[in-house]
Design a binder for this molecule. Structure first.
Ligand SMILES: Cc1cc2nc3c(=O)[nH]c(=O)nc-3n(C[C@H](O)[C@H](O)[C@H](O)COP(=O)(O)OP(=O)(O)OC[C@H]3O[C@@H](n4cnc5c(N)ncnc54)[C@H](O)[C@@H]3O)c2cc1C
Length: 424
């Protein structure tokens, strides 16, 4: 879509810009400038919708972001379709294999298992990339492509039969036919649409950081499970550096987050043993709650929810943001269909089509990740034995192992159009 190059910023907006912003009815207002919202805004613009995005600009002053995202190939294909991937390719590390190690002290320990991307005919399962690099590249592309990138918070949303009207913390209100709510776990879009949530507690936290190691990672991600927690290393572009997700009890993670670098490295070295050689140079560390949240509905009152506004999963199996990207792709499909048929992009039919397109994928991933998290946490012998038997079975039955890998990689419903691999 041709970029209309003007920009409405909440602070410093001129009076002329303000009038333009209020008098214009947009097809969609995307709320939230995290990765899900920015991808949704770009995808909507790509299919010809007049979409604006509202949220804070990425800044160094916000909460520290140490997470990386392991993006599956379908998410990378979406970034390619949106012409964002070329800005990121040099900062992303391919994930060629995933090794799962049961380091519990249980006599029913599961065998080690390695899933190779080549077993399912892929060069890589996906790519690992720092969230800060991802958001910076998406935001830069949004500034080039969208008619407005509005630096403000949404403070209220009112809907009528024709439109939604969004009040902002700064600048003129915005009118749009569809609100794409990608405003994270405390979503104002969700509340305004009258959508409740179910929450699941895990009494755990996750620490995200990065570190260096003397042995090369060979583009293998390692998931090391122990009683009450796990340590996952994910390759970074430097062969001797990986990102880290350490899941443990809240007390353990709090202690690790406050530990000196020397104490942290000692604890990490003890946990990883000789898997990656000697470890050093921990980067900044940040703790995140391990939470489960599912919106009771994915759409209502001109509002479609996506990303963490719609679902939060424990950080196991790299599903969270990949699910958010599939939400964005599906919403773009539904809006494209509505516009092609001259229908309302925020009308009841479009919202129903979106909710139906996402229902099964969100439900199966939520259940799968919840089950996996709880099975890894339990020390109940029958569950440990079942886990061991399943992993042993996968080790000896190649077709079963391939089937499990495909389930992890592919949603149960067709991929959104922008996420399908393109020829060449
Ligand atoms: C330790 C850890 C590791 C993870 N690793 C992976 C992984 O490897 N792969 C993967 O797929 N997923 C992973 N995830 C999940 C992934 O990080 C999240 O799914 C993703 O960051 C959520 O993005 P989002 O855009 O939906 O939400 P957020 O990043 O929370 O963005 C919400 C945005 O909305 C804005 N906002 C909020 N309120 C308003 C308002 N009123 N008005 C305007 N804007 C507003 C916020 O400022 C923010 O910019 C991990 C999670 C954790 C905790």
């Amino acid at each position: 879509m041709a970029a209309k190059r003007f920009r409405v910023a909440g602070i410093g907006t001129t009076r002329k810009d303000s009038i333009a912003a209020t008098s214009q009815m947009h097809d969609a207002a995307v709320v939230g400038t995290g990765p899900s919202g920015l991808v949704a805004a770009l995808a909507l613009a790509h299919v010809g919708a007049d979409a604006v995005v509202i949220g804070p600009a990425p800044s160094r002053d916000g909460p520290i972001e140490t997470r990386t995202a392991a993006l599956l190939t379908s998410s990378v294909d979406l970034l390619k379709s949106l012409q964002v991937w070329e800005r990121l390719a040099n900062e992303a590390a391919p994930l060629k294999a995933i090794r799962i190690v049961d380091a519990s002290r249980s006599p029913l320990r599961a065998p080690d298992i390695t899933f190779e991307a080549s077993e399912v005919g892929l060069d890589a399962f996906g790519y690992n990339i720092a969230n800060t690099a991802l958001v910076a590249a998406l935001y830069a592309r949004a500034q080039e492509t969208l008619p407005s990138v509005i630096e403000a918070s949404v403070t209220g949303i009112a809907c009528d039969a024709e439109k939604a009207r969004l009040s902002l913390s700064a600048g003129a209100p915005v009118a749009a036919r569809l609100v794409a709510g990608a405003d994270g776990r405390r979503s104002i879009c969700r509340t305004s649409a009258g959508i409740g949530v179910s929450e699941r507690r895990y009494d755990q936290s996750a620490l995200a950081a990065s570190f260096r190691h003397t042995l090369p990672h060979n583009n293998v991600s390692i998931e090391l499970h122990r009683e009450h927690g796990s340590v996952t290393t994910v390759p970074l572009p430097d062969p001797h550096a990986s990102s880290l997700i350490w899941v443990g009890t809240q007390a353990e993670i709090e202690q690790l987050a406050q530990a000196t670098d020397a104490d942290f490295i000692a604890a990490l070295g003890e946990r990883l043993g000789d898997l990656l050689g000697a470890v050093s140079d921990p980067g900044a560390k940040a703790a995140f709650p391990v939470a489960g949240l599912t919106a009771d509905r994915l759409a209502a009152r001109r509002t479609a929810l996506l990303g963490e506004a719609a679902h939060i999963l424990p950080p196991i199996g790299a599903q969270g943001l990949n699910l958010g990207f599939r939400d964005a792709g599906a919403l773009a499909d539904c809006v494209a269909d509505a516009l092609a048929q001259g229908e309302d992009p925020g009308g009841a039919e479009t919202l129903a089509a979106y909710a139906e397109a996402r229902r099964l994928d969100v439900m199966t991933r939520t259940l799968g990740v919840d089950l996996l998290s709880r099975s890894l946490l339990t020390s109940l012998p029958p569950v440990q034995a079942a886990r061991g038997i399943v992993l042993h079975g996968l080790n000896v039955l190649a077709p079963l192992k391939r089937a499990v890998m495909r389930i992890g990689l592919t949603p149960p419903t067709a991929l959104p159009r922008l996420m399908r691999p393109r020829a060449g």
